[in-house]
Design a protein around this ligand. Structure first.
Ligand code: NI
Length: 181
């Protein structure tokens, strides 16, 4: 099933999401549905809180960059109970958007590389380094599990400039091509 995407202003986007136990029902089906939802919305990442579930799970799809970056051509992955434990001092500015903040695009500074422990969809543990585009998307999705959205990372001045846009989102005044709630 395709889930409606929760938009800025909803409380669930502000909560710290809870770890998932191995007996959590139908995680694979949930991940499958999240990918359907992500594809429908033409995004590159989706965190469970964005479909109203306050659990520590997100998916990342880097395949849209596959032509320019062949190593990403099959990068479609799910991350359960992730823990970023190292972030490079070297940073980069990325022009960022979010399915939960339709119409907003702002530059956000993120680490170029990260190290993360996580479980895959079979609950197998991994410890892995991510660099460049995957590291960028992962940091954005990881923020969602902490109750943070990308506009929180803007300077106070910049945030003030987009205040009315954020208010409109919270009031339901926005347009987008995918289903929201
Ligand atoms: Ni987002």
């Amino acid at each position: 099933m395709i889930y409606p995407i929760v938009v800025y202003g909803a409380q669930v986007l502000r909560e710290k999401a809870q770890p998932i136990a191995p007996d959590y029902p139908e995680v694979k089906k949930l991940i499958e549905d999240m990918f359907l939802t992500l594809d429908e919305a033409e995004g590159v990442g989706l965190a469970a809180p964005q479909i109203g579930k306050s659990i520590r799970l997100f998916i990342v799809d880097c395949t849209p960059w596959g032509e320019e970056h062949p190593e990403l051509a099959d990068f479609r992955r799910a991350f359960i109970n992730p823990e970023i434990y190292e972030m490079s001092e070297e940073t980069k500015l990325y022009e960022e958007g979010c399915l939960s903040l339709p119409g907003l695009h702002e530059s956000v500074r993120r680490s170029l590389a990260i190290r993360m422990r996580y479980l895959d969809e079979d609950f197998q543990p991994h410890d892995e380094e991510f660099v460049g585009l995957p590291a960028w998307v992962i940091q954005h999705e990881y923020d969602h599990l902490e109750g943070t959205v990308f506009t929180d990372r803007l300077s106070p001045l910049r945030r003030n400039l987009i205040k009315s846009k954020l208010l409109n989102l919270a009031k339901g005044r926005y347009r987008c091509t995918y289903k929201t709630k």
